[in-house]
Structures are given as structure tokens and as C-alpha cells.
Design a protein around this ligand. Structure first.
Ligand code: CP3
Length: 359
């Protein structure tokens, strides 16, 4: 049994009692931190940083050195999986991620194969093991992957997209082809997350950044179904401990009950939904993670404290809440404001827990 000394996050994800509401931030290691920019410069590029287990470990720990956070998240990117499938990931300056060989022809799609995570993604698995050693039992390490639909968006569009024209054309014209891409990608993600768990990830999050761009019916068929398949294939107990699974669909508030029934332990919420109303809808089925608008971190410390308090009050007393932003922290966030957020949540959330508050 190897629970970390601070296991507040794991307890909250499993809806066990906690003393305060745990907090971590999506993209907590990133460009808003000068020390991250310095390490990235030393690495030469973002991909070189991802591919060096030692440097990936270094940046993973940077936000924990600054702030009293309750978890580390593996430093990597969701697009390492399609890169390992042979699509050739690169980052064009100021343009975001791109693929040299996006999936365009049927034969390319039919040839797609799930990579062996211990081979093509060895650098990620090594980073997980190195980070666990460096954390030395302090806080849990979260592993992650993109959802098959979100990965397919990049694989088929070839990069970021405003309208998802190519993937949506395929979805409606050739659903068989898209299902093939999603099926292979789901196998790849399952093996990849299980390898992260084997190497020491103590919770995992599936980032479904673009599921929310789908119609209600297409969301279930092309995004949720594959996340459900992944969850069913995951190692749920490792080293005698349950490995909680978090599903984050940006824009998924409308489908909360279905996401909660996917087999996950926790649902990540963006800021468009009231977390108290979300709690009323899911009841005791899952924990909830979220959901401060990341743009609030552009305001002053008093506003940040007021808004963080509103999220805590809206969720209300009892366990099952992991405080987070509703999406990744912006690169333009002043690092000092994060201190105000972390301190507010740490201090003020105590009154929502303890013997006097209902579970
Ligand atoms: O949360 C963490 O701290 C872990 C690290 C992490 C990164 N990307 C590091 C990163 C995680 C969990 C991701 C996930 C990711 N990557 C998602 C899903 C989550 C989300 O934000 O919706 C997506 C869609 C990607 C794809 C991707 N990678 C994009 C759109 C970008 C930004 C491109 C840009 O230039 O703005 C990246 C690059 C990236 N991934 C950065 C970081 C810190 C910035 C790259 C840099 O340092 O230049």
C-alpha cells in the first residue's frame, strides 16, 4: 500500500472524508511560470522537454515548489500518442501543434496501429517513474491522456481547427472510417494509461477538450462511448490502491449524467455550469472537479478570493470536490495570483469538512 503522505486528492476523488478541499490546476506546469520558460529554453523545444524524463520531471515539480498544491500532474502532452502512431508531431511557433502526416486517405486510416507504450512512448513512462521517485511519497501523481475523439480532431484536421470541418465531414459521410480511427486510438490510450499506472501514476485524467463541439447524439457515439471503453479496460487497482479516473469533457455540462455513468470516479467541469447544480444532478455517484473560470486569475487577489469562495459555497459541505480551474491555466496568468487562490481554498474550505459537516 503506497498512499502518499498527502492523500487528500485521492480521498476526495473517491468521496472519502477530507480535512479541506484539495486543489491542483490543469496545465499547472506551463508558460506562466518563468522557471518553466527557462527549462524549456534549456531543452531547446517543447518536444525535447517532453522527451527528456529528467527535464519533464523538473518542470512537473516546479509548481509544487511554489504553491501548496495537492497533486503533481505528469508533464507531457496529449499529442504524444498520435506522434507515436507515426503522424509526426511538431509545434510551429505561434501556431500550436501540427502533424506532418495527418490522416487524410482511407489507406492511412486502415494502416493505423496502436503503439506499444513501453517502446514508442518509453520516454513518458520513464518520466512517470522518475517523477514518482522525486515526489518521494509527498503528493499523488496524476497521469493523463487525450480522449480518442479529441486526439482524432488533431489527427484528422492536422492541427488546431475553428470548425472541425474535416473530422465532422468524416463523421457524417464516413462514420465507419472515424469509428476505425477511434477504436484504434482507444486501444492505444488504454495501453498508454495502464503503462502510466504501472509506472506509478496514482490517478488518471482523460482530457476530452473537443467532445463539447459535438451534437448530443454524436457526443455519445463518437466521444463518450470510447472513453467508456477505455475506462472499462483500465487497471483500477495498483499496489493495493484504487486508481481514480477523472473524465473532463469541456462543454460537457449538458451531458453530466451520462458522463457520470461512464464508469469514472470523478467528472471535471468547465466554468459554464454551477457546481452545486451539477452536484445535485450526479448525487453520490461521482466526485466533481472544478470549476473556476481561468480568466478570473487576470483579476486582483480580492476578486479571486471572492470567486473561489463562491465555488466552494456552491459545492457545499462534504467530500467529493476537487478544486480546479474550468480549463488550463493561461500563459498570461501572473504567478503571484495563484498563491492567493491556493491559500483561499486551503484555508476557507476547512469549514466545509470535518465532523460537523454531512458527508
Ligand atoms: O497540466 C499539466 O501541467 C500537464 C501538462 C499538459 C500539457 N498539455 C503541457 C503543454 C497537459 C495535460 C496538456 C494537455 C493538452 N495538450 C490538451 C488537453 C487539455 C486542454 O488544454 O484542453 C490539448 C488540447 C493539448 C494540445 C496542445 N499542446 C496545445 C493546444 C498546445 C498549446 C499550443 C500553443 O502554442 O499555445 C500544446 C502545447 C503545450 N502542452 C504547452 C504545455 C505547457 C505549451 C507549449 C510550450 O511550452 O510552448
Amino acid at each position: 500500500m503506497t498512499r502518499p503522505r498527502n492523500d487528500t486528492l485521492l480521498r476526495a476523488l473517491l468521496r472519502e472524508p477530507v480535512e479541506y478541499t484539495p486543489l491542483w490546476l490543469m496545465r499547472q506546469a506551463g508558460r506562466y511560470l518563468p522557471e518553466y520558460c527557462e527549462t524549456r529554453k534549456r531543452a531547446g523545444s517543447f518536444m525535447a522537454l517532453c522527451k527528456s524524463p529528467q527535464l519533464a520531471c523538473e518542470v512537473t515539480l516546479q509548481p509544487l515548489a511554489r504553491y501548496d498544491l495537492d497533486a503533481a500532474i505528469l508533464f507531457s502532452d496529449i499529442l504524444t500518442v498520435p506522434d507515436a502512431m507515426g503522424l509526426g508531431l511538431y509545434f510551429a511557433e505561434g501556431e500550436g501543434p501540427k502533424f506532418e502526416r495527418p490522416l487524410r486517405d482511407e489507406w492511412e486510416i486502415r494502416n493505423l496501429a496502436a503503439p506499444d507504450p513501453h517502446d514508442e512512448l518509453r520516454y513518458v513512462i520513464d518520466a512517470v517513474a522518475e517523477i514518482r521517485r522525486a515526489l518521494d511519497g509527498s503528493v499523488p501523481l496524476i497521469g493523463f491522456s487525450g480522449s480518442p475523439y479529441t486526439l482524432a480532431c488533431y489527427m484528422i484536421e492536422g492541427g488546431a481547427s475553428d470548425d472541425f470541418r474535416r473530422i465532422k465531414t468524416m463523421l457524417y459521410d464516413r462514420p465507419d472510417l472515424l469509428h476505425h480511427v477511434l477504436g484504434v486510438t482507444a486501444q492505444a490510450v488504454t495501453a498508454y494509461l495502464n503503462a502510466q499506472i504501472g509506472a506509478g501514476a496514482q490517478a488518471v485524467q482523460i482530457f476530452d477538450t473537443w467532445g463539447g463541439s459535438l451534437s448530443h447524439a454524436a457526443y455519445r457515439e463518437f466521444s463518450l462511448a470510447y472513453m467508456q471503453e477505455i475506462i472499462a479496460g483500465l487497471t483500477r487497482t495498483h499496489d493495493g490502491e484504487r486508481i481514480p479516473v477523472i473524465v473532463f469533457t469541456k462543454g460537457g455540462g449538458l451531458w453530466l449524467e451520462d458522463i457520470a455513468a461512464s464508469g469514472c470516479d470523478a467528472v471535471g467541469l468547465d466554468w459554464t455550469i454551477d457546481i452545486g447544480q451539477a452536484r445535485a444532478r450526479v448525487g453520490k455517484r461521482v466526485a466533481l472537479q472544478g470549476n473556476l473560470d481561468p480568466s478570473i486569475l487576470f483579476a486582483g487577489p480580492d476578486v479571486v478570493a471572492i470567486e473561489a469562495r463562491k465555488v466552494l459555497h456552491s459545492f457545499g459541505p462534504g467530500s467529493g470536490h476537487v478544486f480546479n480551474l474550468g480549463h488550463g491555466i493561461s500563459q498570461f496568468t501572473p504567478p503571484e495570483i495563484v498563491t492567493a487562490l491556493v491559500e483561499t481554498v486551503r484555508v476557507e474550505s476547512r469549514s466545509f469538512h470535518g465532523p460537523q459537516s454531512p458527508a
